[in-house]
Write a protein that binds this ligand. Structure first.
Ligand SMILES: Cc1ncc(COP(=O)(O)O)c(C=O)c1O
Length: 424
């Protein structure tokens, strides 16, 4: 009988290098030997993805309930994205912003029309787009708000996560992120999340604040959804105190929460909106900020840039990735199936699952620590054919690709329920 791998991937010759025939144990050992240990992957070696499913080196199929940390909203290797990537790769991939390309303006036009801002500035990763937003806000602080030199303060919500750069960890309140990486970026301040009183107090007592940056739902903090009215309150306070509101929608944006943007739940419009992750459906890193002329014009030529940001390959993929989200109604699917998820998972016994959090298909199950360790549960889920990871140890992330069907969702929920009940 053929080995399972050949059945899935075609003839063994298609697999190319013989190195692919190392066992998963050997592959993981090699990874550990030559790689840095700064992140611990779940022990599974994946070789193929299609839609909501992933396959490991032995041909075992898994449901992907992580979607690359809410990135693969369009499903793995979406045929339209693979096609445009191939086509564009054979045409023109990179010229940097030294010259004009057809694609750059096309994506800008599409996104600004779709989402309602005047300008789009592309970068690559989420952290770079967040950093860009902070730069723009500081510039605006000096040029428009007329803050004294070197005094512009950016306020962040406690529990924020916007990446791993020195600037991002300087804003972090998670000791795992910032310990022993100092000195930190100055004039970054923090207020509690979901606390409008504290925000107003900060704006009142510190006239040097140029911006408040916040996630409409804190993803990495464990899917923390603020109270209704918080986003409107943030908008009103930022307007009242002449502070730019930066919404970090790197994780929540582009249909994940059941609407195009999470700020749409309260019909609010931030001054700067940050996108990443799903902007390219996981095929290529593309991020960026959306804002208006009066703000972005603070960046004159030569004050910002990126070798790869805005390259034709990435931009072409991003354009198609957003069109897929729109044309396949993936926000609506996320909203509808998010309800199924909530209804089903709320049935789990309260001594196991202390809380269900989320909106759309961005959700987290808070597991009682006395009952089982999050990592251990993820290992059991893997054995049962479902992949995800815990946030902060005990919060099981549930964020599958938005192309998931109700049948696939119920298959996954069955696995989760069976595994959790097996601890009883
Ligand atoms: C809200 C938010 N902002 C920014 C980032 C950083 O994105 P990247 O890892 O692409 O730099 C993340 C990553 O998880 C995120 O969740």
């Amino acid at each position: 009988m053929q080995p399972a791998r050949s059945r899935i991937f075609g003839s063994t010759r298609e697999l190319g290098s013989l190195k692919r025939f190392l066992s998963s144990q050997e592959l993981m050992a090699r990874d550990k030997k030559y790689g840095s240990k700064h992140f611990e992957p779940l022990p599974v070696v994946l070789v193929k993805g299609e839609g909501v499913c992933l396959w490991d080196v032995d041909g075992k199929r898994y449901l992907d309930f992580l979607a690359g940390f809410s990135t693969v909203n369009q499903g793995h290797c979406h045929p339209r994205l693979v096609k445009v990537m191939r086509d564009q790769a054979g045409m023109l991939t990179h010229i940097s912003r030294a010259f004009y390309s057809e694609q750059h303006g096309e994506l800008g036009e599409y996104l600004t029309n779709l989402l309602g801002w005047e300008k789009f500035l592309p970068m690559n990763t989420g952290v770079e787009a967040c950093d860009t937003a902070v730069k723009v806000a500081r510039r605006w602080g000096y040029k428009v708000k007329k803050l004294p030199n070197e005094q512009a303060t950016v306020v962040f919500a406690k529990g924020n996560f916007w990446g791993r750069s020195i600037a991002a960890l300087s804003a972090s309140t998670d000791p795992k992120c910032f310990t022993d990486f100092g000195p930190y970026v100055p004039r970054f301040d923090r207020v509690p999340y979901n606390d409008l009183k504290a925000l107003e107090q900060k704006f009142k007592e510190d006239p040097t604040v140029c911006a408040f940056m916040v996630e409409p739902i804190q993803g990495e903090a464990g899917v923390v959804v603020p109270s209704d009215g918080y986003l409107k309150g943030v908008r009103d306070l930022c307007t009242k105190y002449n502070v730019l509101w930066i919404a970090d929608e790197v994780q929540t944006g582009l249909c994940r929460t059941g609407k195009r943007l999470a700020v749409d739940y309260e019909n609010q419009r931030p001054d700067i909106l940050i996108l990443g992750k799903a902007l390219s459906g996981g095929l290529y890193p593309v991020s960026g900020i959306l804002t208006d002329e009066k703000i972005i014009s603070c960046l004159e030529a030569g004050t910002h840039g990126s070798t790869f940001g805005g390259n034709p390959l990435g931009i072409r993929i991003a354009l198609e990735a957003v069109k897929v989200l729109e044309e396949e109604n993936l926000a609506e699917n996320a909203r509808k199936l998010g309800e199924v998820l909530r209804q089903e998972l709320q049935k789990l016994p309260k001594d196991i699952v202390t809380e269900f959090r989320g909106r759309g298909l961005l959700s987290g199950l808070v597991i009682n620590k006395d009952f089982a360790e999050g990592w251990d549960i993820c290992l059991k889920l893997k054995e049962a054919g479902l992949l995800t990871r815990p946030a902060h140890g005990q919060i099981l992330r549930i964020s599958p690709p938005l192309t998931i069907t109700e049948e696939q969702l119920r298959e996954g929920l069955n696995i989760i329920t069976t595994v959790l009940m097996s601890y009883k």
